[in-house]
Ligand binder design. Structure first.
Ligand SMILES: Nc1ncnc2c1ncn2[C@@H]1O[C@H](COP(=O)(O)OP(=O)(O)OP(=O)(O)O)[C@@H](O)[C@H]1O
Ligand SMILES: [Mg+2]
Length: 294
């Protein structure tokens, strides 16, 4: 497979946190490839390193060893190649909805000095970004809200704005860390369908972290399970407890059908090792629940 078809490549990634007393190996030898346009979900128990992995890809942290490539380029720090949506809505409270969405593009394209040195050109660009933002807002069902401020929006609406803010820039990879975790079940489902619709239209690459297996199976084409094991180690009489979160990356193919892939039809379990029995059962259960609801 040529390098260029990969949106994300992770090679032998290790992340260790150390203080005077403990050494914590959070991620241990992770290898992973995500193709351009793939929708991948990462599931795993709390504390297994999902957010750490996402923060490493985003360039907010540096790995202890190993390499992360986004679009074939090594990640050296935060970059506009990556878009991020967190569980907590990250909007600018003083801007209206439409300006929140247009802001990301402005920040990238406009040298701030231009605002002062070439005000006419700035106003022109500002207008075109707002027009584009308006189209995205319409797509996200937020047309009526464009002049509102974030504090006037519900949680679900805020999260739609946060998603629009990122996808409008067309990042190489959209990282989402439990983006619907704070929403009620109905809103959650509406946004899950919306994100699938966006994926269908934009063919964007999505790296979606969730601890909800059912959500993972529902939204993603490929589900990656991050599981953990613990090792106890003696070191010159002192006991160091290492939490080693093993790179048990087993993926399962989930075939999506229906207009926007809402119906999960086929889950192949063959990728799972016997010690993942619990997970396999959970997948199976999740699949059945979903099928029952159709
Ligand atoms: N800066 C840090 N210093 C030390 N330990 C850290 C640091 N950041 C995270 N950890 C530890 O790394 C482990 C993984 O944390 P992380 O937040 O990545 O887990 P997670 O899978 O996202 O969990 P959750 O599902 O609860 O969000 C945890 O044990 C956490 O305590
Ligand atoms: Mg987390």
């Amino acid at each position: 497979m040529p390098e260029s078809s990969l949106a994300l490549e992770i090679k032998d990634l290790v992340l260790v946190f150390k203080d005077q007393k403990t050494t914590k190996v959070v991620l241990d030898g992770i290898n992973l490839q995500v193709k351009r346009g793939e929708f991948v979900a990462i599931v795993g128990p709390s504390g297994c390193g999902k957010s750490s992995l996402l923060n490493l890809i985003a360039g907010f942290m540096h790995p202890t060893s190993g390499q992360i490539l986004v679009d074939g380029e090594p990640v050296k720090g935060p970059s506009r190649n990556t878009g991020i949506v967190f569980q907590d809505y990250t909007l600018f409270p003083w801007l209206t909805v439409i300006d929140n969405v247009a802001y990301g593009m402005e920040l990238e394209e406009i040298n701030f000095l231009m605002k002062w040195i070439r005000p006419f050109r700035f106003r022109q660009l500002h207008r075109s970004y707002r027009e584009k933002a308006r189209l995205y807002l319409q797509e996200m069902g937020l047309k009526e809200a464009e002049r509102k401020k974030p504090h006037q929006l519900s949680g679900g609406m805020k999260q739609r704005v946060a998603i629009a803010q990122e996808i409008i820039r067309k990042p190489s990879i959209l990282l989402m860390d439990e983006p619907f975790g704070a929403l009620d079940p109905q809103t959650r489902e509406v946004l899950q369908i919306l994100i699938l619709k966006i994926h269908e239209q934009e063919q964007n690459t999505v790296f979606f972290v969730t601890h909800d297996l059912e959500e993972a199976v529902y939204v993603a084409e490929r589900v990656i399970v991050l599981s953990q094991y613990k090792l106890h180690d003696d070191n010159e009489g002192a006991t160091i407890v290492k939490d080693v979160h093993a790179p048990v990356f087993k993926s399962t193919d989930v075939k999506r059908t229906g207009d926007f892939g809402g119906l999960v039809q086929d889950i192949r379990m063959s990728g799972f090792a016997p010690d993942q029995k619990g997970i396999v059962e959970a997948f199976d259960q999740s699949y059945r629940n979903k099928a029952d609801n159709q």
